[in-house]
Design a protein around this ligand. Structure first.
Ligand code: IMP
Length: 190
């Protein structure tokens, strides 16, 4: 199969097959852990939508779905932990089992904020499923119960993750060539 955007990519970290297999494993684990319960999956727009839609079909216990959108102040790299909710939950999560579904944990600041925010809504529990994590970039200890894969300290795209809104529809997860983002929007620290 032709890989879209091939010339823009360095290493392919995870293929479509790797991702399919891992998401099925996560779904099975989540289904076992929440046996007899119902989950509210809270997807974080926009990056988590593809992971969310695959993961929810790999889960066999009843699920409800909600979406939040977050905006962090400043550029990609200078995520300060000061984030703003651009789209809030549509439903109350009081007394419900919330599973936050995130694309990637970079510094961990966004996720930390979200976990605290969800806890303040008095749910029965709050857990996190993240497709990717960059441990070497974490600034805070991130709570992630269900992790797809770890990735190195590089800018990655695909499977929902974008650079300047492109590459989300790439079916694999790959490192973007640095020359693609060279310019005023360059993510520093890379
Ligand atoms: P954090 O608060 O630093 O953990 O920021 C996490 C958010 O930054 C993610 O939800 C992504 O939207 C974005 N992000 C971080 N690293 C990457 C990357 O390598 N590729 C694409 N987006 C990224």
């Amino acid at each position: 199969m032709t890989i879209q955007y091939r010339d823009d990519l360095d290493t392919i970290l995870y293929t479509e097959d790797d991702i399919t297999r891992r998401v099925a494993e996560l779904g099975a684990q989540i289904s076992a852990d929440y046996d007899g319960k119902e989950i509210v999956l809270v997807g974080v727009l926009n990056g988590a939508v593809i992971f969310l839609s695959d993961l929810m079909r790999a889960i066999t216990v009843p699920v409800a779905m909600d979406l939040v959108a977050i905006s962090s102040y400043g550029s990609y790299s200078s995520t300060s932990g000061v984030v703003r909710i651009m789209k809030d939950l549509d439903q109350s999560v009081e007394s419900k089992h919330v599973l936050i579904v995130e694309d990637i944990v970079d510094t961990g600041l966004t996720l930390n904020y979200l976990v605290e925010y969800m806890r303040s809504r008095n749910p029965a529990s709050v857990k996190v499923a993240a497709m990717l994590s960059k441990p070497s970039r974490h600034k805070v200890k991130a709570q992630v119960e269900y992790l797809g894969f770890t990735v190195p300290d590089a800018f990655v795209v695909g499977y929902g993750l974008d650079y300047a809104q492109r590459y989300r529809n790439l079916t694999c997860i790959a490192v973007l060539k640095p020359e693609i983002y060279a310019g005023p929007d360059t993510p520093p620290n890379l």
